[in-house]
Design a protein around this ligand. Structure first.
Ligand SMILES: [Zn+2]
Length: 407
């Protein structure tokens, strides 16, 4: 069965008729607070259940590790067997931060110059709303689908995903053939690329040892100052540990010394690497260890070691979505039908929930959704309303294509 022109028209007509409702719903989601910390997605989950009801999608299953941290799973059955596509988004936001820096109340969404302003508008209540309306549009032609469309809306992404994606994956609630996450895809402009890959994270500290003693004796004993050694390492690591498509941020934490009068016996600094697709934990760790061993060869007085146990994240896998996967093709074709300037394939700089899902063996697209990543977690967060509408259409058409016969 191939996707029919009729099905496409039905879906697009539904979305044309529901743009206002989609915008109103997105405003409501923004106006319903769900900041993490402290973490409570109950009200926003109830608002979403209300919309499922209004859109005649039925009630979603509530899966919660804690009562205030609900995850929602809605399933839409096709008329024939086939693959399961999962749309995923998170319902929590970061806190608003300093309200004086917001030109509007972050919880009172305002539309201005084609943009919707408010907390979570970019990250990622617009993406969630677009996925919900795309699902409602696809439901109009569900009997023509081969397979299932699942909508998995998770809590706690901003808090480390222990009660959201990680919990759902570990407990076996995530089952399907491909996942699309609607995180904001733009860095400099909205819908800039389809991020089929994302970078991973490697965090660690380097601890440096010196000779703690009376500071008046440093010339007498030629004592090693741990802070001075650490400062040298920070500079050399920042300059010398560069790799293509990797960010190296050294000194994200920094401690050393005791007080005046004391030669520092200990100093320590944190490193935050965002590692490109294809990197492995073992490989990066060994490169860091080798780098430090080399520094010791250059400086016989250097005593230092790498400390890998750095909470909350010592390592998060990069994600590689197969570029020839049918969902990649479906998403690219849908984007080219809706956007005048179809986005190229890209690599997401930040981590999303994709690694937790990908670890279960389900190929996961880390980010394609409305909004700009640099506006996420920032005052005056906003999203272009045209991207919200475009994404609802792209998601729906991509689902139609993926859930039609792929032979
Ligand atoms: Zn997000």
């Amino acid at each position: 069965m191939d996707i029919t022109m009729n099905a496409k028209n039905t879906v697009i007509t539904f979305l044309n008729d529901h743009d206002n409702a989609l915008l109103d719903f997105t405003r409501d989601l923004v106006a319903t607070p769900s900041p993490m910390p402290p973490g409570n997605e109950r009200a926003v989950a109830e608002r979403i259940q209300g919309e499922f009801n209004r859109l005649r999608l039925g009630a979603a299953q509530v899966i919660a590790a804690k009562p205030d941290r609900p995850n929602l799973l809605l399933k839409l059955d096709g008329g024939q067997p086939g693959p399961t596509l999962i749309f995923n988004g998170h319902t929590d936001t970061k806190p608003a931060g300093n309200r004086d820096e917001w030109k509007h109340d972050p919880l009172d969404p305002v539309v201005e110059n084609g943009k919707l302003y408010g907390l979570g508008s970019t990250d990622m209540k617009s993406g969630v709303a677009a996925m919900i309306y795309a699902t409602a549009a696809v439901a109009q032609v569900s009997e023509q689908l081969a397979g299932q469309l699942h909508l998995l809306l998770v809590a706690d992404e901003e808090g480390g995903s222990q009660l959201g994606a990680k919990f759902l994956a570990a407990e076996g609630y995530v089952s399907g053939d491909a996942i699309l996450i609607g995180e904001p895809a733009g860095i400099r402009r909205e819908l800039e690329s389809i991020a089929l890959d994302s970078r991973g994270i490697c965090c660690f500290r380097i601890r440096v040892h010196g000779d703690q003693m009376h500071s008046s004796l440093s010339d007498e004993f030629n004592a090693t100052n741990a802070s001075v050694k650490a400062a040298g390492l920070i500079t050399r690591f920042a300059q010398g540990f560069q790799r293509p498509n990797m960010t190296v941020n050294v000194g994200v934490t920094l401690q050393g010394g005791v007080y005046f009068g004391v030669i520092p016996g200990l100093a320590e600094f944190g490193c935050d690497l965002r590692v490109p697709p294809g990197s492995t934990e073992k490989g990066i760790r060994s490169e860091v260890e080798q780098w430090l061993a080399h520094q010791k060869q250059l400086d016989s007085k250097l005593r230092a070691e790498v400390v890998w146990q750095t909470p909350p994240s010592t390592w998060i896998d990069p994600v590689n979505f197969p570029h020839d996967h049918p969902l990649a093709t479906a998403l690219q074709q849908a984007a080219s039908e809706i956007l005048s300037d179809p986005p190229p394939i890209g690599c997401y700089p930040a981590a999303t929930d994709a690694p937790w899902f990908a670890a279960t063996g389900i190929p996961t697209i880390p980010a394609f959704g409305p909004g700009l990543l640099p506006l996420a977690h920032s005052p005056n967060e906003c999203v272009e309303i045209s991207s919200l509408f475009a994404c609802a259409r792209i998601y729906a058409l991509a689902a139609l294509r993926y859930l039609s016969d792929q032979t």
